[in-house]
Design a protein around this ligand. Structure first.
Ligand code: F6R
Length: 242
């Protein structure tokens, strides 16, 4: 595991973007596993700027996202599909048909989970970008999720809903369920790229990187992957013991 400690959010974004840029320059047909939330926004901005300058093209790149709320219309301003369109897909030269998210509006969610697992297995992401929840979740795999889980629907923990409430007009509006790539699917990526910022992530980072590998901290499974790059700001790294 390679752990890089940066000064601030901008430097975290720049260093993490470097990993993505090198992946796409080395393989223009790369498959990128993407995440939503505040952590990747700076990375997506750099991707868009570089693409506009003609330095990197995403014409042959495919993407798979980690998760989606259940029940929000696709064009809802807080759906993860909309987040990805606004923050990245509409700002780079990627083909819409090459971008994939789980469908939280599917009438048969079980079938949707199976479809998504098969899709991710066939695409085999070259790099999977991850944020981490304060409770150690990755994607929406909340504490206690089995490490061998496939794509599944979950009930969001109250702490996760509270953390995400800042994007909605009230806590009540935050969906209670989501569909998420399972830990098995995440671990199938060739490389994992975890980014975290702020003291509110320091406990989760200390447990994930320095604690026991245990389902009570889903991100601790990263210790078992052979190719992980972690980019942290000083605050997120502040409780690491090495
Ligand atoms: C989002 C996702 C979540 C977030 C995590 C951190 O697709 O999978 O696991 O990465 O909740 O969110 P932020 O970056 O907003 O702190």
């Amino acid at each position: 595991m390679k752990i890089i400690i940066a000064n601030d959010y901008d430097e975290v974004s720049r260093l993490a973007y470097g990993v993505i840029k090198n992946t796409v320059l080395a393989n223009p047909n790369a498959v990128l596993g993407l995440a939503t939330g505040s952590s990747p926004v700076g990375i997506y901005k750099l991707m868009a700027e570089d693409c506009a300058r003609g330095e990197v093209s995403y014409k042959n790149v495919k993407t798979v996202n980690l998760d989606e709320y259940v029940g929000l219309p696709k064009d809802h301003e807080q759906s993860y599909k909309r987040f990805m369109q606004d923050n990245l897909f509409n700002r780079i030269d990627i083909l819409p048909e090459n971008t994939h998210l789980p469908d939280g509006t599917a009438s048969d969610l079980q079938a949707e989970c199976s479809r998504y697992d098969a899709l991710v297995a066939s695409l085999k992401p070259d790099v999977q970008l991850l944020g981490i929840g304060r409770n150690g979740h990755i994607a929406f795999n909340e504490p206690g999720t089995p490490f061998d889980s496939n794509t599944h629907t979950i009930t969001l923990e109250e702490s996760t809903r509270v953390a995400n409430a800042k994007y909605f007009s009230s806590l009540n509006e935050v969906p209670r369920k989501a569909i998420t790539l399972g830990i098995k699917g995440i671990m199938s990526a060739k490389r994992l790229l975890l980014v975290a910022n702020g003291t509110e992530k320091s406990d989760a980072i200390a447990r994930a990187l320095g604690g026991p590998v245990d389902e009570s901290c889903p991100a601790s499974i990263l210790q078992k992957h052979g190719d992980v790059v972690v980019v942290l700001d000083k605050n997120a790294a502040s409780k690491l013991k090495f």
